[in-house]
Design a protein around this ligand. Structure first.
Ligand code: THU
Length: 170
């Protein structure tokens, strides 16, 4: 496979990222609304006693099934895991051949205020998401949102990780 950034030895370049912003749930289609609701439900079950910051996510598979996850914290802080990877690893363990179409993430402080913006996935979750996007050779739509139903959408994980590390470097 060709390394995507081979040209970085030779040139200066600006990266552009493309995203879409939705002001509220009315601007979403039916499946997107459903994923938003499922992600919010999953957020209710987050185990986040240390950060008081709860995140839920819902993942749509190619077969139409939706699975969810939430953040799982631990008294030994690094042993916890984000909502996205909790869901992704479970899905990959149980449905290794099913493509992931969309992932919807909703997060914010447990005591949510109007000012909390949509929360983007952390770097480690972007890297994990990218692994599955590359593995399945098909883009994953990623949505991230807050409890006010403001939503940001990107149509590939690569939008959020332009200089990504993948197996071509190994
Ligand atoms: N968290 C997620 O679950 N997903 C993210 O993408 C950002 C952060 C969790 C990790 C930790 O439990 C809490 O939010 C505060 O960082």
């Amino acid at each position: 496979m060709l390394r995507p950034f081979l040209h970085y030895y030779f040139m200066k370049k600006d990266f552009q990222i493309n995203y879409e912003y939705f002001r509220n749930a009315d601007e979403l289609n039916d499946i997107e609304k459903k994923l938003l609701e499922k992600a919010k439900q999953a957020r209710e079950n987050a185990y986040s006693p240390y950060s008081q910051f709860s995140v839920g996510c819902a993942v749509l598979l190619e077969n139409g099934e939706i699975f969810s996850g939430n953040n799982q914290e631990n008294a030994a802080f690094p042993s916890g895991l984000c909502a996205e990877r909790t869901a992704l690893f479970w899905i990959s363990a149980n449905f290794p051949h099913e493509k992931i179409k969309k992932i919807f993430v909703v997060g914010g402080p447990k005591e949510f205020s109007e000012n909390n913006p949509p929360i983007p996935p952390c770097g480690a979750c972007r890297q994990s998401l990218l692994e599955y996007e590359i593995k399945q050779n098909e883009n994953i739509d990623l949505y991230f949102s807050n409890m006010n139903n403001e939503v940001v959408k990107v149509e590939s994980i690569k939008e959020l990780l332009p200089f990504y590390f993948d197996s071509t470097f190994l």
